[in-house]
Design a protein around this ligand. Structure first.
Ligand SMILES: [Zn+2]
Ligand SMILES: [Zn+2]
Length: 286
């Protein structure tokens, strides 16, 4: 195996299908040296008014959409406690407590996140943009797709504009920083691509020294199209390959294939070993 860590994973209690312990055992059996958990940290006062929330209630994963930061802190606090116990039980693998945090532009978001991070002290934060924040309502990529013409095109550009704003966001005042950005081309999951904006987003990330993820779950999606211009832009950036595993079946899946594909596309700076995560994405060395 070419990569010995997996840091973008989800568990039961959030929107994953397996327990953290099942995930740890699978990671060990597949030869990983490090596994980290990065459940969704999504807090917005109006998120429960959005269409996606009802799907989440039906699918029994509505915990991930919160309008109350204290609720989410509790959820993560219990989860992290369980993960730390697993570290005692499985000393041969490094187990990290992370989160995949969505960025919002509403007033007060920064303060809430700063507070949550002080309480929880995660090992790392993956930045993510799954939504467009319209204030009263939050749209996800399915809503963008379903908007129809010309709405879809306009919303798609707005999605990438937000990503560019996120890339340039000044984290100094908040005392934390995303370790890297997840799936910069997420809209491709529903077949929406916007090559010029994908390139613009990567340029903004590079300019602001934000490392980037190549997401095997997304790249192996039948709707995904490799954007050679985007891959060209990623060439010299620090890159983390992630499986975004929402179940044990995806842990480490397609890592080698996506690694080889990226190298062929000219990407040079891929983190392959957990020992180098400090250098690549500032995760503390363990
Ligand atoms: Zn998820
Ligand atoms: Zn994600």
């Amino acid at each position: 195996m070419k990569i010995n860590y997996t840091l973008h994973t989800h568990t039961v209690g959030f929107d994953g299908r397996n327990t953290a312990e099942d995930m740890v055992q699978t990671a060990i059996s597949r030869g990983f040296n490090t596994i980290g958990f990065s459940n969704h940290f999504i807090v917005h006062p109006n998120i429960k008014k959005s269409k996606m929330y009802y799907y989440a209630v039906n699918g029994k994963y509505s915990n991930i959409y919160s309008d109350d930061v204290e609720f989410t802190i509790d959820l993560f606090g219990n989860h992290y406690e369980n993960v730390r116990q697993l570290q005692q039980k499985y000393p041969d693998i490094n187990i990290l407590c992370g989160m995949e945090m969505d960025f919002f532009k509403y007033h007060g978001w920064e303060d809430k996140m700063r507070y949550a991070i002080r309480q929880l002290r995660p090992d790392y934060i993956i930045g993510a943009m799954h939504f467009i924040d319209l204030g009263d309502e939050i749209l996800n990529i399915h809503d963008i797709k379903n908007a129809g013409n010309p709405g879809t095109g306009r919303l798609l550009r707005e999605y990438y504009q937000n990503l560019i704003r996120l890339a340039g966001f000044d984290w100094r005042e908040t005392g934390f920083k995303f370790n890297w950005l997840a799936h910069f081309d997420l809209p491709q999951k529903v077949g929406l691509s916007c090559p010029d904006m994908e390139v613009a987003a990567i340029q903004a990330l590079r300019k602001n020294s934000v490392p980037i993820e190549l997401n095997t779950s997304l790249i192996k999606n039948p709707r995904y199209h490799l954007n050679p211009a985007a891959m060209g832009e990623i060439k010299n950036m620090p890159v983390v390959i992630s499986d975004d595993a929402h179940g044990i079946g995806r842990i480490g899946a397609d890592f080698d294939e996506v690694f080889d594909m990226s190298v062929r596309a000219g990407v040079k700076n891929i983190c392959t070993t957990s020992q180098n995560l400090y250098k690549f994405v500032n995760i503390r060395n363990r």
